[in-house]
Design a protein around this ligand. Structure first.
Ligand code: AMP
Length: 141
């Protein structure tokens, strides 16, 4: 194993099991996408495979392939929904690289020319704003 063990009590596992709420924008057999509660820009989405893995390092390549195709779908949707100039896709592996939640996830963040990203894991966004942004993205899917 190239990283630590998978802990099924992590917060994204709880979201996947429906034990805590999320603003979902997309779901299929293998993957869920929901709004990041501390967005680095409006429209910041997390794409999460249902299969348990801690991060990229211990993932099944077949799961990765399914997940990245959803990342592409969501990236196109957030670009359109927020009339963005570009889309930032990123993913952290282990604490030294900035990972704070230990279930594999990809960040998908719309970017506008000249607008800086807010800090990673910064301020909690209002639920109403997250809900409205989720609706905008769903309308493009
Ligand atoms: P990281 O593990 O560093 O890639 O970051 C985890 C991300 O999850 C951060 O951007 C947090 O804002 C986000 N986050 C933490 N808790 C939740 C939650 N309950 N629902 C949605 N996003 C979350």
């Amino acid at each position: 194993m190239t990283s630590g063990a998978y802990d099924p009590s992590n917060i994204f596992a709880k979201i996947l099991r429906g034990e805590i709420p999320s603003h979902r924008v997309y779901e299929d057999e293998n993957t869920v996408a929901f709004m990041d509660v501390m967005p680095q820009a409006p429209g910041h989405v997390l794409v999460v495979p249902k299969a348990p893995s801690r991060n990229l390092l211990d993932s099944d390549p077949a799961v990765l392939a399914l997940t990245i195709s959803v990342v592409q779908k969501i990236a196109c949707a957030v670009k359109d929904a927020f009339d963005a100039d570009g889309v930032f896709v990123c993913q952290f592996n282990e604490p030294a690289a900035g990972q704070t939640v230990f279930h594999l996830h990809f960040h998908v963040i719309p970017r506008h020319e000249g607008v800086a990203l807010k800090p990673h894991s910064g301020k909690l966004e209002d639920n109403a704003v997250l809900a409205a942004n989720a609706e905008k993205i769903k309308a493009e899917l």
